[in-house]
Design a protein around this ligand. Structure first.
Ligand code: MN
Length: 229
């Protein structure tokens, strides 16, 4: 195929222990998947069906220093376990879901909370609050063939060394297999899809110059700094 302009570069994420990278197709994100975070956002955490939004594939970034996003006075971190889909499928059964997973990473669903609040109030889409450039800092993907399928383990993020969010993967309202099964009823999942699985409580504002460091036991870490203005 020839194109009238140069095709865009393939978004990708490094893989632990591999020279080859993981190509990113889409980024699906689950909202309010930890009860204590649902409560802090003013919602009842009862087991209502999960809901999803997305970020563009090229929102992933592995830069050490990120430009501070424009058009926000309230940029929030959301530390999340990220699932990397290796094998696609539609109407995937929960019992079969983990066979579709290539690996896991730790990522941050950066959010312009002020823009999101306006969108929620007016019933508008969330795209510009969630899907902006470099809105998905992510660490290397750990293959499931090496680490298995983590269902528990501490997940945490510090800002300038101080703990802001801490939780455990076992606190997810919808497990990874359940989330894959549910999402695949609405879209055919495809190799290269990433699923951000929601964030524990403690989301808070960051500013230019802040250094963020996220970790998840048994999975990996992500670290980056916002450039001072
Ligand atoms: Mn999130």
């Amino acid at each position: 195929m020839r194109y009238v302009i140069d095709p865009p570069p393939q978004a990708s994420v490094p893989v632990d222990g591999e020279e080859a990278a993981f190509p990113v197709r889409r980024i699906w994100c689950i909202g309010r998947n930890y009860a204590d975070h649902a409560r802090e956002m003013g919602h009842d955490p009862d087991r209502e069906p999960p809901f999803f939004f997305s970020k563009p594939a090229d929102a992933v970034t592995t830069l050490d220093v990120l430009p501070f996003p424009t058009e926000t006075q309230d940029l929030h971190h959301e530390i999340e376990l990220v699932v990397a889909i290796g094998t696609g499928g539609k109407d995937i059964a929960a019992e079969d879901a983990l066979n579709h997973v290539y690996g896991y990473a730790i990522g941050v669903d950066m959010t312009r909370r002020d823009i999101q609040a306006v969108a929620k109030k007016l019933g508008r889409p969330w795209d510009l609050s969630k899907g902006f450039d470099q809105s998905c800092p992510i660490g290397p993907i750990a293959p499931a063939s090496k680490i298995g399928h983590p269902a528990k383990g501490k997940i945490e993020i510090t800002v300038n060394g101080a703990v802001r969010q801490t939780g455990d993967l076992s606190q997810m309202i919808w497990s990874v297999p359940e989330s894959i099964a549910y999402l695949s009823r609405f879209v055919a999942l495809a190799p290269g899809d990433l699923i951000m699985t929601g964030t524990p409580a403690g989301v808070s504002s960051v500013k230019p110059g802040d250094a963020l460091h996220g970790t998840c036991d048994g999975v990996g870490s992500v670290a980056f700094t916002y450039a001072p203005v």
